[in-house]
Design a protein around this ligand. Structure first.
Ligand code: PLP
Length: 449
């Protein structure tokens, strides 16, 4: 990163989105009246669709039909589309020739599936998202507390694996709390030295960094379409065939069997073994298209663009008195565009409600489905605020957030806020909902994590 870049150079180079996504020019109402361009800083939760993905869906939807067993032309096309999607995913992740691609609902589903395939203990760190913590709790598992540096954490990992010989290490590629990216190849090398396989929770990594399964030799990868610019409800588990072929089917039902008797069944091999029931054909097609497009976009230029946005935001926030940003490891050098911060004197939920209501900025607040990670950062139960960039983000998004937080610190909120169902909300909230929503529909805040 060239820190000599002046503002106008930065604007020229960064103040355009890296990719065309739907909703980039969405305007939203403000609580005090008027409208503004929506600043989406919640990509770590879900990304908008790439325009290329939405256009592709419009093109293929007329051919949508049942797959695998239909003889009609549309069924044949849909079946081809569905099966070809496995190739797109395999290319996206640079898979080995014998890796299987199982379509799931999302990363959570993929990790739950794998949790029933592991023939031994699973080792996890304490800083994981719940999706990469809770599925393992149902079986033999061990939680390793991450050390204060990444280097010490890897050394501890080495020692622990040597001692325990776990069957699987389940690790997140990029943290949804801090954005920190772990050195995958080194981790796989350590794990394999002890005969331990590695699954990467790539929910955050896949939309930001190229993953090369063949080069890294990582054993399994799980990620979600809705975080990878294809929010149509499909996810992926990719990896080595043996455990997947031998495990009990993830779902029992039609499509997963070779032969059924009244007292049992002969199950198919993976991926069909784990995909019983009618699959989400359009979701899978969207995910495949997103893999094709995102796979082309990710690289040095996208990482540089993201790093500039992140640096702009972190520098802007850290020069404000009363704002602190959070990281697990000072020695972690690769970080995706996720910035978690706290504003002294303000509940995270109140900051998020203020940013939305008074500035049209969408962020996430709370504990980000990573309670132990938040505890480890020493944050309160109300958590922190998270801003996350995506391929449609611009420099102005970072600047708008910094300016809004600065205004909060100087002037305080310009509106009243109260807690409803444990969530901060403007009181009253005068923002109209779109007219296409049923009359009387209001956003009901949920106490969530
Ligand atoms: C690191 C990480 N893992 C897993 C998940 C779960 O993803 P999904 O909700 O798509 O299953 C998330 C979601 O935020 C995440 O950030």
């Amino acid at each position: 990163m060239n820190s000599d870049l002046n503002r106008s150079q930065l604007v020229e180079e960064c103040d355009k989105a890296f990719a065309d996504v739907l909703g980039a020019d969405l305007t939203v109402p403000l609580v005090r009246g008027g409208e503004t361009r929506y600043v989406n800083l919640d990509h770590a939760a879900s990304t908008p669709p790439l325009r290329a993905v939405a256009d592709h869906l419009a093109l293929i939807t007329p051919h949508y039909s049942s797959i695998h067993r239909g003889a009609g032309y549309a069924s044949l096309v849909s079946t081809s589309m569905y099966e070809a999607a496995r190739d797109s995913v395999a290319r996206f992740l640079c898979a080995r020739p014998d890796d299987k691609v199982v379509f799931t609902r999302n990363t959570t589903d993929s990790l739950n599936l794998l949790s029933r395939c592991v023939p031994g203990e699973v080792l996890v760190l304490d800083v994981e998202h719940h999706a990469n913590l809770l599925p393992w709790q149902a079986g033999s598992h061990h939680v390793l507390l991450a050390a204060d540096t990444l280097a010490e954490t890897l050394a501890e990992l080495n020692r622990t694996l040597a001692e325990r010989g776990s069957a699987l290490l389940a690790i997140t590629g990029a943290s949804n709390v801090t954005g920190e990216v772990v050195p995958l190849e080194r981790i796989v090398e350590i794990a394999h030295r002890h005969g331990t396989r590695v699954v990467v929770d790539a929910a955050q990594l896949a939309p930001h960094r190229r993953i090369d399964v063949t080069r890294s030799d990582v054993d399994y990868v799980a990620f979600s379409g809705h975080k990878t610019y294809a929010p149509y409800g499909a996810g992926v588990l990719l990896g080595r065939p043996d455990w997947l072929d031998e495990a009990p089917p993830h779902l029992a039902g039609g499509g997963a069997v070779r032969e059924v008797r009244l007292d049992g069944a002969l199950w198919a091999a993976a991926p069909e073994r784990h995909e019983a029931g009618s699959p989400n054909v359009l979701g899978v097609a969207a995910l495949a298209k997103a893999c094709d497009v995102v796979g082309e976009l990710l690289g040095d230029a996208s990482a540089e663009h993201e790093a500039r946005l992140r640096e702009r935001l972190v520098n802007g926030l850290e020069r404000l008195d009363g704002v602190s940003t959070h990281r697990f490891w000072a020695d972690c050098t690769d970080v995706i565009g996720v910035v978690t911060f706290s504003v002294a004197g303000y509940d995270a939920g109140l900051v998020a409600a203020y940013l939305s209501a008074e500035h049209g900025i969408g962020v996430r607040d709370g504990r980000f489905c990573a309670h132990p990670a938040i505890t480890r950062l020493g944050l309160p139960r109300s958590g922190a605020v998270r801003a996350s960039f995506g391929l449609g983000s611009r420099l102005d998004d970072a600047d708008r957030l910094v300016a809004a937080v600065e205004q909060l610190l100087i002037e305080g909120p310009g509106w009243g806020y109260a807690q409803l169902n444990g969530r901060w909300t403007p009181a009253p909230d005068l923002r109209p909902m779109p007219e296409w929503l049923p009359v009387g529909t209001n956003a009901v805040p949920r106490l969530c994590s």
